[in-house]
Design a binder for this molecule. Structure first.
Ligand SMILES: [Zn+2]
Length: 229
């Protein structure tokens, strides 16, 4: 039996359903099956497999391990994810709607992602303070250089956890403070934000119960050691 597409007017190929072979087993009742994988079916619904079947799959991006890691915190990860994709509504992006814009920290005319993280001289002072010696060299004010260093540098496990954590917490507080300055016209000094970042990272380290986990032993000491100046 042929299953060659038939052309019904125009160029649209349409299979004639009556010509498709259908093997019915007379004694088995009809039932509904859920597609489980490419060629597998199951009578039970599995949300994970179903989602995996219908979602659009893309290659994992290089920077994903900077965003999602076990010791991360979703609300910090989310803002950092937006920053990495340059999707934060910075002045530079909202300027297309005709709004005047400038950096709310230093007053420079163009508020871009790269200026906020971490080229702005005020913010870079904060970045130097909170990273301490974690990079093993002086931090760079350039965003791309920072991300490349994080992805390609050779860091021990504890240092790499802390670098990702301090990146995310800092991006979060810089963005939050920027919004406070923009919408509520109140501003905290940069030293105050640095203390907030430090406290938040320490709280997160404590909540990992690092002292009970062999792979995380020394996490807090590493954080303190990085800021021993
Ligand atoms: Zn600035």
């Amino acid at each position: 039996m042929s299953t060659t597409p038939r052309l019904h007017g125009g160029n649209a190929p349409i299979y004639d359903i009556r010509e498709l072979p259908l093997n019915l087993t007379a004694n088995v009742p009809d039932g509904v099956l859920w597609r489980d994988g490419d060629d597998t079916y199951s009578s039970r619904f599995n949300s994970k497999n179903t989602w995996s079947n219908i979602r659009k799959k893309k290659d994992q991006v290089m920077w994903s391990r900077l965003i999602w890691f076990q010791q991360g915190v979703p609300r910090f990860a989310f803002i950092t994810w937006l920053a990495v994709r340059d999707r934060l509504s910075t002045g530079h992006r909202t300027a297309q709607w005709g709004q005047a814009q400038y950096c709310l920290y230093c007053g420079k005319p163009d508020e871009t992602r790269d200026h906020l993280f971490f080229a702005c001289p005020y913010i870079f002072t904060l970045w130097l303070k909170v990273t301490g010696n974690l990079f093993g060299m002086d931090p760079d004010p350039d965003w791309d250089t920072t991300i490349t260093r994080l992805l390609t540098g050779h860091y021990d496990r504890l240092t790499f956890i802390l670098l990702r954590l301090v990146l995310q917490v800092t991006v979060y507080y810089i963005w939050r403070e920027r919004n406070e300055r923009l919408h509520n016209h109140v501003s905290k000094p940069v030293e105050h934000i640095a203390r907030l970042v430090d406290k938040t990272v320490r709280n997160r380290i404590t909540s990992t119960r690092y002292y009970l986990r062999p792979r995380l032993q020394g996490l807090m000491q590493r954080w303190f050691g990085a800021h021993d100046t």
